[in-house]
Design a protein around this ligand. Sequence first.
Ligand code: TPP
Length: 360
Amino acid sequence: MARLSYLFIMEKTKAMPSQKISQSTSAKKNKFYLPKEQLLYMHDLMVKSRVLEERLIKIYKMGEAFFWIGGPGEEAFGVPLGLLVNKGQGIQHDWLHLHYRATPTLIAMGMEMIDSIRLIMNRATDRCTGGRNFSNHYCFPEWNVAPVTSPIEVQYGHALGTAWVQKRNKAKGITVVSGGDAGTAEGDFASCLVWSSRPGNELPIFITVQNNKWGISTDYDSQHGEKYIADRGKAFGIRTATIYGNDPEESYIKMKEEMDYIRKERKPVLAEIFVSRLYGHSSASGANFVSFEEDPLKMFEQKLLSNDYIKESAIKELYTKYDEQSKRDWETVRKEPVPTPESIWDHVYANNENADWRKF
Ligand SMILES: Cc1ncc(C[n+]2csc(CCOP(=O)(O)OP(=O)(O)O)c2C)c(N)n1
């Protein structure tokens, strides 16, 4: 017991990572570069994503879900990414290998709130996994969104596969992979750098790392000797970028530049994007709001307000609209069935939905 409370105090008082996210000059200025309509649209999607995640946390805390993990704090990166994707099925479209903080990206791509609620509540109606996986473990074959995995970083190996097929077929689409800073210690990440940059066989892949400075409760500074994770790409001749991901406009402009380069040159880019983690790691660490990190949504709202692009009342209305919608969706999902025991083998193999492994 004494040890437990000691650990608890350690966790509470742990020093914050010292290396602060550096805000770029354009984000600091109270000036916008993108059209007003686009900024307001991005804001709308960011609010929708945040309200949805906060609804998921409430559902977990009500005891109606087993686990929560998600993306509050990554909206200013995730929404622009979703808007920049060439969405569709097949190699002419972009392929996405995302991790478990990708709600903002999926919302920007058109995912409905109810899809995410069905997933966290493990309902048979869940489009991604038929109610068989964790929250935020999305999978949308019709948009080339590969299943999110629980083992971290394996997606960097999977992503090579779709990028390789796109290259071999001279397809238009590119591959996008996302993951966290701590996970870059895994071999899969190193394999991704090696295989995406082989001379003459470079792959059209956008390798992104969302650096929130944490790996569950391990702080960034105690693990990384390199100044930037992105610098690792230089050893392989990969073009690199560091992006301040708490400003949606900066994320959009800089990621567009990198994605345009990949689309044209058919070569990889490694981008490190600095983001916040606003509700801790997951429900395993309490899923409570932390006030010591930058809130990209609040910062964006301040800038929109001071430029007179939106009124305080309109912001409130937006939150209310999505909050009410998420409540209605929750009520709907509550009444839906959970998967039947017989469905346990469904979707184990692609295109063989009723495969029963016991027959093999
Ligand atoms: C292969 C593997 N090792 C360990 C874990 C346990 N684990 C889950 S999340 C996580 C931290 C990941 O941190 P980071 O990559 O920075 O991503 P973040 O969660 O901060 O977005 C760890 C170690 C795991 N899921 N898979």
